[in-house]
Design a protein around this ligand. Structure first.
Ligand code: NDP
Length: 486
């Protein structure tokens, strides 16, 4: 037994992670896959890795030093449960099972509890960055016990991406905390992508610029405060010309965006926690809307803004094009701040609900490398939490409040123009509404509460005195003190 780490599941993610592990000083990697053919394939293709292959779970366990540590990278769901069941039979108390797949965090909470009962440690670890990240350095979000972190920490630090000299991994919190944070990461990713897509759409439809020209705009933006992997790859995608037709690839791709479900999980969880992640929700719904061709076939049946008079064209006058593009950039930046603020709000609420002690600043730091939302911007988030660890709303940190203050006139102009031109900008506009909702002195929620009291005797509080009240709506409409049934 001389492997210090094992990997179960040798499809693309597992084999890349195993190779990453093997390439780091001090690691000897045991590998196992349900069907041995894959194990043999990985052995043959990568003799340099010095893998220790196992044909059975027992052999796999025997090849590992104690405490045995194994990372599972198999099909999320039933596959993960099947492997855990087998590993529990051959592992001993104190050993560590890590699930590196994209598990839904309630599953991780359930599995951690069940495995813990055997004395074995179970760690749900979110691993971001896709195939490339798994091979060269992912961002890793592990949950699980403090005990397992002692053994696991150095191993995960050895393979994680490095951003500004720091490994992109931190012990996020207990049981499902890691997978929870990975889920929200993906939700933020949905919002960020949608915002970029809306920016592209507005510029294209407003200025008539070609995808290649817009690629240059994004490349330029990537040198400023928006610098990020997603902006960078957006320029690459827009620049791409389809070999077959000679037209921009983006014009050949069917305009229906797929989803594997992590955005929906983020939104569902936010709904249960009562956290308004409206930007992430709109981004998720925008993908849903795009993917219903039978509903979208009504094009033409629904009048646009110019029906009757004028023109449907939305054309920014030539002398205002540069100013318009700058407005869109600022709207994108402000909306992005909102999306991240909402995402961190969800992590904060999840931590409170599930009893996790999550360092929000540390989370922003481990997203600086090895994941899709990596960006300069995350340093500003880390700074904000370093200054005020219990910041209730991220965007109120002085840096972000100032940035939004600078952007807000442009942001409002862009949302108005989009609405007037009939161009959907759900993430831009919902982010702005959220911003205005949070900063509002008073909200019409007072009226909603009045309605609730009217039809359901749900009671209300008064601004001028303590207590809970109900108006006798169907009686003489006097107010009485009531039990709190909010
Ligand atoms: P797949 O999700 O395609 O899963 C295939 C692997 O699962 C194979 O090794 C297969 O073994 C194994 N497997 C499936 N069912 C069982 C079972 N019942 N018992 C034992 N083994 C089983 O592999 P990927 O590499 O694409 O992804 C692995 C994990 O990583 C998934 O959870 C996925 O969601 C996640 N992922 C994460 C990404 C990221 O960016 N973070 C990107 C892609 C994936 P066999 O060869 O015998 O069939």
């Amino acid at each position: 037994a001389h492997a210090n780490i094992g990997v179960v599941g040798l499809a693309v993610m597992g084999s890349n992670l195993a190779r990453n592990l093997a390439s780091r000083e001090g690691n000897t990697v045991a590998i196992f896959n349900r069907s041995y053919a894959k194990t043999q394939g990985v052995l043959d293709a990568h003799p340099e890795a010095g893998f220790i292959p196992a044909a059975t779970y027992q052999e796999f366990a025997d090849s590992l030093q104690k405490p045995r540590t194994a990372i599972i990278m198999v099909k999320a769901g039933a596959g993960t449960d099947a492997v855990i069941d087998e590993l529990v039979k051959v592992f001993e108390p104190g050993d560590i099972i890590v699930d590196g797949g994209n598990a839904y965090f309630p599953d991780t909470i359930r599995r951690e509890k069940a495995v813990r009962a055997t004395g074995i440690n179970f760690v749900g670890a979110g691993i971001s960055g896709g195939e490339e990240g798994a091979l060269t350095g992912p961002s890793i979000m592990p949950g699980g016990s403090d005990e397992s972190w002692v053994t696991l920490g150095p191993i995960l630090r050895s393979i994680a991406a490095v951003a500004e000299g720091e490994p992109c991994v931190t012990h996020v919190g207990h049981d499902g905390a890691g997978h929870f944070v990975k889920m929200v990461h993906n939700g933020i990713e949905y919002a960020d992508m949608q915002l970029i897509a809306e920016a592209y759409d507005l510029i294209r439809r407003g200025t008539g610029k070609s995808p290649a020209e817009i690629a240059e705009i994004f490349a330029e933006w990537n040198r400023g405060e928006l610098e990020s992997y997603l902006i960078e790859i957006t320029a690459e995608v827009l620049r791409q010309v389809d070999a077959e037709t000679g037209t921009p690839l983006v014009d050949v791709i069917v305009d229906q965006a797929g989803a594997k479900g992590t955005g929906a999980w983020t939104v569902q969880t936010a709904l249960s926690l009562g956290v308004p992640v409206s930007g992430i929700a709109e981004a998720t719904f925008a993908r849903s809307l795009s993917s219903h061709p039978e509903q979208r076939a009504v094009a033409g049946a629904l009048p646009g803004p110019s029906t009757g008079s004028g023109t449907d064209e939305f054309t920014v006058p030539a002398d205002q094009v540069d100013a318009f593009i700058e407005d869109v950039r600022l709207a994108l930046y402000a909306s992005k701040i909102v999306a991240y603020s909402q995402g961190f709000d969800e992590i904060r609420a999840g931590a409170a609900e599930y009893g996790w002690n999550i360092d929000l600043g540390a989370i922003s730091k481990i997203w600086r490398g090895g994941c899709i939302i990596r960006a300069q911007f995350l340093n500003r988030i880390a700074d904000a939490y370093a200054e005020t660890p219990d910041l209730p709303v991220l965007m109120t940190a002085p840096y972000f409040a100032e940035a939004i203050g600078r952007a807000q006139a442009a942001w409002r102009r862009v949302v108005v123009q989009a609405a007037q031109a009939g161009i959907p900008a759900p993430a831009f506009s919902s982010s702005l509404s959220y911003y205005d909702g949070i900063r509002a002195d008073r909200l019409p929620a007072a009226l909603v509460q009045g309605q609730r009291d009217f039809f359901g005797a749900h009671t209300y509080k008064r601004i001028d005195k303590p207590g809970t009240f109900h108006t006798l709506w169907s009686g003489d409409r006097t107010e009485i003190e009531a039990e709190d049934t909010h």
